[in-house]
Design a protein around this ligand. Structure first.
Ligand code: NAG
Length: 364
């Protein structure tokens, strides 16, 4: 009896201690405003700019209007009314608004875009856009050709696979080949449970143009991907674990060999690898708690943060050592729930899951 009472007392004391210490673990993190220079929202985007892919000559393609297919009951109803779109933003002419890109006819009625990536042919300048599309029936990877004159996309192929359980991001490595990351397995309201219980059902799929194969298996918490400048490394983000995993890519079969992890110390979403400096740019969430409140009610603001990982290592192993920078922060009033960031010649774009798109000049 006395033993039981003592155990109960210790348990209560421990619980109280955990609660007292919880601010130190970031549960009550706030968004701090920090600008690298003048920043403004980009019209007309107000329904998210979840992912951004950037060409080497400064053209950004942005996915907008993502209707998360996780547990609709938990999210703001407005999100289900969003329309899926692709926007184009030109860094060489940043005074202009983002322009909507005409979708292929086949996709007009069934378009719910998530991760985006592109492949550009170095000799012909031909551009393919790859988009994760949560279609009504299943997740597809839409491979599309971009027409510069008409500012339109035509469908080249739709790739489906039983290995596409819950595709989040896509990374093109050729006009017809890509990696796709599954952030989990279950859809609907089983997904939050999958996260809480810690079932490791996420994976990375490699598609070589003909067949799909699993190259990363039984991992939890996978999010987005980027490719190193020389094409030999793949960067994969883990949101709750606040990590970037770096893999070596096998030239023969596309297999991935885990090399090292970078701890970022904040929940990270999409990743962009700058081909000029090798810097990694991350859209991040300073408070997953406030983000979840924002997703439940879009009128509640969630903080935004951008992280830049600057490598210090030699050419053979760039990320042997590195510095972490924090170029942008917001309390959620300019942009809530930052999910992506890309950089081009002293300028950057910051994207969000369900909110605005922000452009900043970088002068510091
Ligand atoms: C990855 O590649 C680097 C550079 O070639 C090499 O030093 C490292 O050992 C490789 N790691 C793995 C796990 O293959």
């Amino acid at each position: 009896m006395i033993l039981k009472a003592t155990v109960l007392l210790i348990a209560l004391f421990a619980l109280q201690r955990v609660w007292q210490l919880s601010p130190g673990f970031g549960i009550h993190s706030k968004g701090y405003i920090h600008r690298p220079g003048p920043c403004r929202t980009v019209k007309p985007i107000q329904t998210g700019s979840e992912d951004i892919t950037l060409t080497d000559n400064g053209i950004a393609f942005i996915s907008s209007g993502l209707r998360l297919n996780l547990c609709k009951q938990l999210f703001d109803k407005k999100i289900q009314q969003f329309t899926g779109r692709i926007y184009k933003f030109n860094f060489n002419d940043p005074g202009h608004a983002a322009v909507e890109v005409a979708l292929p006819r086949e996709l007009e009625k069934d378009f719910n875009p998530h991760g985006v990536s592109h492949w550009k042919d170095a000799s012909s300048d031909e551009l393919w856009l790859f988009v994760v599309n949560h279609r009504k029936d299943n997740d597809n990877v839409e491979v599309m050709k971009y027409n510069h004159e008409l500012n339109s996309l035509s469908l080249v192929r739709s790739v489906q696979s039983t290995m596409f359980t819950s595709v989040n991001d896509i990374l093109a490595v050729g006009p017809n080949s890509f990696y796709a990351s599954n952030d989990g397995y279950f859809h609907g309201c089983l997904r939050p449970l999958e996260v809480v219980v810690g079932l490791a059902l996420g994976s990375v799929v490699f598609f070589d143009g003909v067949t799909a194969s699993l190259v990363v298996q039984r991992q939890s918490d996978l999010n987005s991907m980027a490719l190193s400048k020389d094409g030999t490394r793949l960067f994969l983000t883990k949101t709750f674990e606040q990590q970037i995993n770096i893999f070596n890519i096998s030239k023969e079969n596309g297999n991935l060999m885990f090399d090292r992890a970078i701890d970022v110390g904040v929940s990270i979403d999409n990743i962009y690898a700058d081909p000029v400096s090798d810097d990694l740019w991350l859209g991040a969430h300073s408070s997953m708690f406030l983000l979840s409140q924002h997703m439940t009610n879009l009128d509640v603001k969630a903080p935004s943060k951008v992280v830049r990982v600057h490598p210090l290592g030699l050419e053979t192993d760039r990320f042997e050592s590195y510095e972490l920078h924090s170029p942008f922060g917001d309390d959620g009033r300019l942009i809530s729930g930052s999910s992506s960031a890309v950089y081009y010649q002293e300028k950057m774009l910051v994207g969000s899951i369900s909110d605005t798109l922000v452009f900043c000049d970088i002068i510091v």
